[in-house]
Design a protein around this ligand. Structure first.
Ligand code: SF4
Length: 459
């Protein structure tokens, strides 16, 4: 291995104080999910579903909230089980929920289908086949663009991969995090390089060529060497896309994360260095940086979408797809329509009993005002393109630019520190530290300032 060295070592930089380690949402929605509330109910979701434009395709998200073991860094909504009867019961409720929604919207065209978790491949192969058959019988899959599934390499098998290929899966995301054995031991996720390499081989041999890796920095025991070695080994396996996430340490919400503090968690400056090291290696290997934390091979469609300014951001991160609605199914899943957001019950039992009583299991949500939609559009464009013509958005959405003017005043310190430039009403991130855009977006967010303890920190 080559010595570990950053191309652009960190220099003393006063502008870091303005954003590094500051609480700021990741803006996979606006307002962010902590602002969803119980005043939004199933009846609001029903109304919104009934008013979906009939000729527009929809996106589907299916949440499978089960894992075999708990990873100590986990921030997802999941439950630990090895009991197949429990998963089967959940899948029966899931199908019932889908049937109820389909009764309201009819046989819609589906543009994308995404399975997240948890561990979607905790489902057995017969369960996967049965769920796909059910979905194809319920919705119109004839023009579907992408079927994606998050996979845990530790529970994958060649037989399961063949099932996924038979069912039409075109893209998978593999949770990799870090290949170092000591890091894996501390975070309770033992997953050697060879295991991931073997899985990539199975996927490609069955024709599933859309392969994403999820990496993470900021974990205990991670060093410049572990992150550098991991990034180099990832490049050997040639995934099309890579997400490089910062670890969100929120033990006040995820108690199991507290244990990780015994091993020491890198501080914000160390995290920034790890991020920079990984970025340098990925870009040296031809990966194009996309948004704040994604990378794609230059010939990948996401790289083109990013350069064309057509990228979107949602609960699954960056996406090329802009459907009229994203309908989420399963415990804790979130649906998004032009009216707002609707989140299902987190609790598996309440979710199942609500569905059994023939009610949609909506627990909370948020209904958007016109101003919310304008601010959402500005924040989404900044998060995706790192620049935004705010006047053009206000114009297109028939909203007075003057009402956004106070946000421009609050940008002043960021402009003076060289983090952003303003030309007319066009804002552009000018720092190479892309994560800083989260703090810039907060200027346009009328909710987050008041509850920053609910929000993860940058880097
Ligand atoms: S596999 Fe993913 S969802 Fe499951 S415990 Fe680990 S990090 Fe959490």
């Amino acid at each position: 291995m080559l010595p570990v060295r950053m191309k652009s070592p960190l220099k003393p930089d006063n502008s870091l104080d303005l954003w590094l380690g500051k609480p700021a949402p990741r803006y996979t929605s606006y307002p962010p999910a902590p602002f969803f509330h119980a005043g939004v109910k199933a009846v609001n979701y029903q109304r919104s579903l009934k008013s979906l434009p009939p000729d527009q395709p929809i996106s589907l998200y299916i949440h499978i909230p089960f894992c075999r073991n708990l990873c100590l860094y986990c921030g997802c909504n999941t439950m630990i089980t090895n009991r197949s009867e429990r998963i089967d019961r959940y899948l029966a409720s899931l199908k019932h929920e889908i049937t109820m929604v389909a009764a309201l919207i009819g046989t819609r065209r589906v543009s994308t289908l995404h399975f997240g978790g948890g561990t979607p491949n905790a489902m057995s192969s017969p369960d996967i086949r049965s769920l796909f058959t059910f979905l194809r019988n319920t919705f119109d899959f004839s023009g579907i663009g992408e079927i994606a599934m998050e996979l845990d390499p530790r529970v994958s098998s060649a037989e399961q991969v063949q099932t996924l290929a038979d069912c039409g899966v075109t893209r998978v995301s593999l949770g990799v995090q870090d290949f170092d054995a000591e890091v894996q031991s501390v975070i309770h996720r033992i997953q050697p390089y060879e295991l991931v390499a073997e899985l990539c081989g199975w996927l490609r041999s069955t024709g599933i060529n859309g392969i994403n890796f999820d990496l993470m920095y900021g974990l205990p025991k991670q060093t410049p060497k572990t992150v550098t070695d991991t990034a180099r080994r990832v490049c050997v396996l040639k995934p099309d896309r890579i997400a490089l996430f910062s670890y969100a340490h929120v033990p006040q919400m995820k108690k199991h994360q507290k244990v990780l503090e015994e091993h020491g968690i890198p501080d914000v400056y160390e995290r920034l260095e790890l991020d920079q090291l990984a970025r340098d290696i990925l870009t040296d290997h031809g990966y194009q940086p996309i948004g704040i934390d994604h990378f794609a091979r230059a010939d990948d469609s996401m790289a083109k979408t990013f350069h064309d300014g057509n990228l979107h951001r949602g609960f699954q991160g960056y996406t090329e797809n802009e459907a009229s609605a994203l309908l989420g199914f399963g415990a804790s899943s979130i649906s998004q329509t032009s009216d707002g957001y609707f989140q299902n019950e987190h609790d598996e039992r309440i979710y199942q009993s609500t569905v059994a009583a023939n009610n949609l299991p909506v627990r909370r949500g948020f209904l958007l005002s016109h101003e919310d939609r304008v601010r959402r559009a500005i924040i989404e464009q900044m998060m995706c393109s790192l620049s935004c013509d705010i006047a053009a958005i206000c114009d297109a959405m028939d909203y007075p630019l003057a009402k956004i003017a106070t946000a421009f005043e609050r940008l002043d310190p960021f402009v003076r520190a060289g983090l952003v430039s303003i030309n007319g009403a066009t804002l552009r991130l000018t720092t190479p530290h892309r994560m800083a855009v989260r703090v810039i977006c907060k200027v346009f967010d009328t909710y987050t300032d008041h509850a920053s303890t609910l929000i993860s920190h940058t880097a």
